[in-house]
Ligand binder design. Sequence first.
Ligand SMILES: [Fe+2]
Ligand SMILES: [Fe+2]
Length: 306
Amino acid sequence: MFFEELLADDGRVEPRDEMPDAYRRLLVRQIAQHAHSEIIGMQPEGNWISRAPSLRRKAILMAKVQDEAGHGLYLYAAAETLGVDREDLLDQLHTGRQKYSSIFNYPTLTWADVGAIGWLVDGAAIVNQVPLCRCSYGPYGRAMVRVCKEESFHQRQGFEILHTLSHGTPAQQAMAQDAVDRYWWPALMMFGPPDADSPHSAQSMAWGIKRFSNDELRQRFIDMTVPQSEALGLSLPDPDLRWNEERGHYDSGAIDFTELTEVVSGRGPCNAQRMAHRVKAHEDGAWVREAASAYAAKQAAREGAA
Ligand SMILES: [Fe+2]
Ligand SMILES: [Fe+2]
């Protein structure tokens, strides 16, 4: 009863509060998938740290990739407040039982891709995540506040990279346009399937986890991004994109969701590579986890003796 009253009152559910098992399970699934996306998302851009075109760009990109590790950390910690173990969540990622955002299965072919990812992928992430700051589960909502502030820095740095390239030489302009052409549709797919085919959405909305539908958020992203593309002097690869005065929104072309299904099912361009890299990083980090546990045990023993 307490749970329903709290939700009706737009209150926050906290870790020790009573909550239905299905609510807990849905949150664990969503927060874990979100956390996995943050850390897998370090890879496409991490590829470019050693090849960033200047010291300034390198410093910014390193800070950005490090932020994503931090986002993973807040989110795994938020998931742990629901009674799950981080080791176990990572194991589910490594064995393919839990997913991460399919956007990170696309390759970063040129430096302009780092700009397109910041502008479009982090931009789409912000649109998805700002409403999560009001999520009914307290620890998740609070983690999202800081994540969103950092994402907005990521989006601006991407925009600035593309702005520099689109005002550069013809070759740089072409590189920027090519990156936008490749990332536009995958960024739109980040909002998930159309509302009619989104099985978890209704329950998620009823529980105050999700505040807007996939299609509403996708529309918001399109409306926000089209004027920005004009400021960049870059076009978006959709011939059907035009302002609809009556609706007060941009109309856009149909999305090829068969591609999304392919990538989500593990047949995207980089799925195997991303997973192999993640598992290796985890194995290589075993000694750090062992050392940290040994240190913690020693500290606890010392405190116990004192
Ligand atoms: Fe992030
Ligand atoms: Fe980001």
